[in-house]
Design a protein around this ligand. Structure first.
Ligand SMILES: Nc1nc2c(c(=O)[nH]1)N[C@H]1C(S)=C(S)[C@@H](COP(=O)(O)O)O[C@H]1N2
Ligand SMILES: [Mo]
Length: 418
């Protein structure tokens, strides 16, 4: 079952208006704006954060970030797609992208505990789980991508000439890993899930997040509807067969398959289970679509990821003219497995099917390849367009939203034949 938030979100807003929902750390103004979007009168425009600046280092990331593997963007590190060529299906931990709102906290697994609490538990109790407690529960392994909602954001500007706020990712804010852990559903049931529970809000142990304008938003947290929390969400303690590395949430992170990355809270320290709908800035101000094409107060909170494709080549890569090359790439979707990828090596004049090397796989990606002999020296534009099992195909352009989320248009990849 896939959960869509829009109907749920309207109900959550009505409940807030009736005093039946909680919104700690969210302003009344924000909620009134969202209410307006859900069907009432007009609302104030959205304030945008300052655009991210590229930095020479990524303060707060623990693992090495060699430039062959990563492009550093502020507190974040983007995977270079060229560095995935030949690496296999799963993204090696040493090249998996990092998105940190603040910095990686270095936590000891032995001292760590997860506190599950809230009025959505029977008798409103508080239950602690150590890592050893979690390891005693049945373990599950699931291969899934984690992809930032802003992946591809810079293409709104590069391809569509539009202004957006946020980290200027190209397409490398995604990785696919084999996650091992326990079902969140098992943990919630052990904690004593009440029939009144509606929302579940995991919160990270990293520092309070302060925006560029100095607003303190508290620790990173985002509510999940109970239906998704009980469906396929994991509390993961392993990534590709290793204990979760510090930058990816050591010792335990939430893994929400197919949804935008912000749902997968790293370094989870507590989970509130609530009988009332919950809000945080990460489902009010951020991670909704705002802009001319959208309601004044934005859409419902974003959930599933869109369809995308990327070539395992640097932008501007040099390829020998008159020589046959095997070009590779990957395509993925949050709505189902990728069943078809069409490629063009002449800027979209002619297209043919790429060879797919993986079966369509929900929550994952497919690797593909194509052969190309650049006829003469000069600049060329490579395109790849994926279609998923739900029938979604990448469009030629993506409708603008101010924060540059969910870019899904066909990317124009420049190369030079020399
Ligand atoms: N506690 C915490 N969890 C977090 C974040 C964060 O900054 N703090 N960033 C989120 C975002 S926006 C994304 S895209 C993913 C990135 O996961 P990764 O760094 O393991 O690639 O983690 C999410 N979980
Ligand atoms: Mo993200």
């Amino acid at each position: 079952m896939r959960t869509h938030e829009s109907a749920y979100d309207r109900r959550r807003l009505r409940q807030w208006l009736a005093g039946e929902a909680r919104a700690d750390g969210v302003s009344r103004r924000d909620l009134l704006r969202l209410l307006a979007a859900a069907g009432a009168a007009g609302a104030a425009p959205v304030a945008l954060g300052a655009p991210a600046r590229a930095a020479a280092t990524a303060p707060g990331i623990v693992k090495p970030l060699p430039e062959e593997l990563f492009t550093v963007r502020g507190t974040n590190a983007e995977t270079r797609f060229a560095a995935l060529a030949g690496t296999g299906y799963h993204t090696p931990n040493d090249r998996f992208f990092v998105r940190n709102h603040t910095s990686t906290p270095v936590l000891s697994a032995a001292d760590w505990a997860l506190t599950v609490h809230g009025d959505g538990l029977t008798r409103d109790r508080t239950v602690d789980f150590s890592l050893a407690d979690l390891r005693k529960l049945p373990s599950v392994t699931h291969t899934a991508f984690v992809e930032c909602a802003g992946n591809g954001r810079s293409l709104f500007t590069a391809q569509q000439g539009q202004t957006v706020s946020g980290t200027s990712w190209t397409l490398g804010a995604i990785g696919v890993a084999r996650w091992r852990g326990v079902r969140l559903a098992d943990v919630l049931r052990r904690a004593g899930l009440s029939r009144r529970a509606v929302d579940v809000m995991p919160r990270g142990l990293d520092a309070d997040y302060v925006t560029a304008d100095g607003a303190g938003l508290g620790r990173v947290r985002r509510p999940l509807p109970l239906s998704k929390a009980l469906d396929d969400v994991l509390l993961a303690y392993e990534m590709n067969g290793e204990p979760l590395p510090p930058d990816h949430g050591h010792p335990v992170r939430v893994l929400v398959p197919s949804w935008i990355g912000i749902a997968s809270i790293k370094w989870v320290g507590d989970i509130e289970v609530s009988a009332e709908p919950l809000y945080s800035p990460w489902n009010t101000d951020f991670y909704r679509l705002f802009g001319d094409a959208y309601p004044d107060g934005g859409t419902a909170p974003l959930t599933g990821q869109t369809v995308k494709s990327a070539w395992e080549l640097d932008a501007g890569a040099k390829l020998a003219a008159g020589t046959a090359h095997r070009l590779t790439g990957r395509s993925w979707s949050g709505a189902g497995g990728v069943v078809r990828v069409d490629v063009s090596t002449d800027g979209g004049g002619t297209w043919h099917g790429a060879r797919l090397h993986d079966a369509p796989r929900r929550d994952g990606w497919v690797r593909w390849s194509t052969r190309w002999r650049p006829p003469t020296p000069g600049p060329y534009t490579l395109l790849a367009r994926a279609t998923d099992s739900a029938g979604r195909t990448q469009p030629d352009s993506t409708v603008h939203n101010t924060q540059g989320y969910l870019f899904d248009a066909v990317a124009r990849h420049p190369v030079n034949a020399v």
